[in-house]
Design a binder for this molecule. Structure first.
Ligand code: HBI
Ligand code: FE
Length: 280
């Protein structure tokens, strides 16, 4: 699933004036008809796949935020709807921003979202976060109060981890929850991770393929587990509930980092004797 890297000349925001916090102007009126239409096709495809696969909180919030309306969303009006629910806003960025900048935005309830849309030749997959991944994949969960508060706590923890040198381990928490998390519900296993929610193929694979391992989320285990960025995941972590994630992850992480100092990293695949496996 490796895609070609997006050439920076294809992303007009790379040459746009950037503010100190790395945000740019979205310049919504500059999107072309083809770009709006590409968004519509990406949304339509995902809307076919996500019912009964995404968690209900995501599906409800996606409708509430009117993300299936035609055209790439205007971040300012989307932010008004979102902030009425949880106080979060979305701010446009050109692409990846440096870690401390990213964490400072999260800690202040601002989600930095790529403003560009993937080019047509990358319709199925792009390694960089674009407007479809960031807005369609991430923003609905930010309208869910428990998740919204978890993301603030993550941003604050990120600012501390960047100082104390524990970012590698903290970033794995983000990866295995915010990006690739599954949640156990009364109606079965569901998706809440944005990396899966924005991928048609992985949305099916994550829930039903026999090849990846699915284990009950354990914070220490997650922090020790490396991840792969250019293929489907080989292991998924399953939380019990968003409330549980929030409670577990708003406790201070410093004692956990310390307790893991001697613990070796784990590969993203093989399970251990302590893992509690979940069948698909
Ligand atoms: N920047 N725009 C953007 N989006 C991200 O998801 C992102 C980032 N910068 C850093 C980063 N993620 C990660 O380092 C962490 O969450 C760990
Ligand atoms: Fe993401």
């Amino acid at each position: 699933m490796t895609g070609p890297k997006i050439a920076s000349e294809l992303n007009p925001y790379h040459s746009a004036p950037r503010k100190a916090d790395w945000t740019v102007d979205q310049r919504w009126h500059v999107y072309t008809h083809a770009e709006h239409e590409r968004w519509d096709r990406l949304v339509a495809r995902q809307n076919q796949i996500l019912p009964a696969r995404a968690c209900d909180a995501f599906l409800d919030a996606k409708d509430h935020l009117r993300l299936s309306q035609s055209g790439i969303p205007d971040f300012a009006s989307l932010s008004r709807r979102l902030s009425a629910l949880t106080g979060w806003t979305v701010v446009p960025v050109a692409g990846l921003v440096p870690d401390p900048i990213f964490f400072a935005h999260l800690a202040n309830r601002r989600f930095p979202a790529g403003a560009f849309i993937r080019p047509e030749q990358n319709f199925d997959y792009l390694s960089e976060p674009d407007v479809f991944h960031d807005i369609f994949g991430h923003v609905p969960m930010l309208a869910v109060p428990e998740f919204a508060d978890f993301m603030v706590a993550y941003g604050e923890a990120g600012l501390r981890a960047a100082q104390s040198g524990h970012l590698t381990r903290l970033a794995r928490l983000y990866w295995y929850t915010v990006e690739f998390g599954l949640v156990q519900t009364a109606s079965g296993l569901r998706i809440f991770g944005a990396g899966i929610l924005s991928s048609p193929a992985e949305a099916v694979y994550a829930l039903t393929s026999p090849s990846p391992a699915r284990i009950v989320f354990d914070l220490e285990r997650t922090m020790r587990t490396r991840y792969i960025i250019d293929d489907f995941q080989r292991i998924y972590c399953v939380i019990d509930s968003l409330e549980g994630l929030l409670q577990r992850c708003t406790l201070p992480f410093a004692p956990i980092y310390d307790s893991l100092l001697e613990a070796p990293d784990l590969e993203p695949g093989p399970t251990t004797a302590e893992d509690r496996l979940i069948s698909a």
